[in-house]
Design a protein around this ligand. Structure first.
Ligand SMILES: CC(C)(COP(=O)(O)OP(=O)(O)OC[C@H]1O[C@@H](n2cnc3c(N)ncnc32)[C@H](O)[C@@H]1OP(=O)(O)O)[C@@H](O)C(=O)NCCC(=O)NCCS
Length: 248
């Protein structure tokens, strides 16, 4: 049985105040979002906040737009997390799980997760639970059913049959973000088989992990939420009952 959570959604304007030297209170999830754009002079300033390995990664992007987005998003993540640990953004050190999920060195008991898509980025922070977030710009998906064949489970594909046109695009991204946020909360990437769990996707149906295989009990250990962050975008959040309920 999971306890309801309070979601606090805030738009982040880039301020780097070190003002909240504590993680979110138990039972609260902080969701910060921003548009990954800013004037070139500001991108240069944000570059200085990044660690050497992040700058190297930024330099590997072929297109300046993608490089700038990466720099903005990393600097924003640093700016926000710095508030919780009362450190300067450039002093934070990230560690990575075997599948690449970042966490903060020296920080125990609370978690964060980032997602970005064209025009929107979001960071979710919580104490005492695993967390995953996914945001996607809703775009026409002419091959939605073909992609669903590859990524969605049989019950999800059956539910998708009820939709066409714009409604199909919305249902597709509802399903995609709900599946993806769960994968990201578990942190296992695509090593977690996508056909082994079903999410809700019907119009007006609350976001939910409906079933998990082979262990049906796992579905009860997670809560899911849709997030209304920006018109034209789908966003979903998965949070575990507590850290101990998640197999390592
Ligand atoms: C990173 C991953 C988990 C998500 O990728 P994505 O959806 O393209 O990207 P998002 O914008 O939502 O998230 C990216 C962020 O997640 C975080 N991340 C990286 N690896 C992660 C992992 N294993 N678990 C959770 N979060 C991870 C990082 O902060 C990353 O930010 P960065 O790119 O600036 O380093 C990717 O490895 C993956 O597995 N993608 C699966 C895509 C897919 O086919 N999904 C099917 C859904 S039905």
């Amino acid at each position: 049985m999971t306890t309801p959570l309070r979601l606090v959604i805030q738009e982040y304007a880039g301020e780097t105040t070190v003002g909240m030297p504590a993680p979110p209170p138990l039972g609260e999830v902080h969701i910060w979002h921003w548009a990954p754009v800013c004037p070139p002079s500001e991108v240069d300033e944000l570059w200085n906040i990044l660690a050497e390995n992040e700058r190297e990664r930024a330099q590997r992007y072929r297109f300046p737009k993608h490089r700038n987005e990466f720099v903005i998003n990393r600097a924003r993540v640093r700016g926000i997390l710095a508030r919780y640990v009362a450190k300067a953004p450039q002093d934070l050190v990230f560690e990575y799980s075997p599948h690449g999920k970042p966490s903060l060195e020296g920080v125990q008991g609370w978690r964060f997760n980032l997602s970005h898509t064209e025009g929107l980025a979001a960071l979710a922070v919580v104490q005492g639970r695993e967390i995953g977030i996914d945001v996607e710009r809703i775009r026409p998906q002419s091959d939605a059913r073909r992609i669903a064949e590859r990524f969605f489970s049989v019950p999800e594909r059956q539910s998708l049959q009820a939709f066409s046109g714009d409604a199909l695009d919305h249902a597709f991204f509802r399903c995609w973000t709900r599946k993806e946020c769960y994968i990201k909360a578990k942190g296992e990437g695509l090593s977690l088989p996508l056909h082994q769990f079903d999410v809700s996707l019907g119009e007006g149906e609350p976001a939910m992990l409906l079933s998990t295989r082979p262990d049906p009990k796992e579905a009860e250990e997670w809560v899911m939420y849709d997030l209304a962050l920006k018109p034209g975008y789908a966003a979903a959040l998965a949070v575990s009952a507590d850290l101990s309920s998640v197999s390592q």
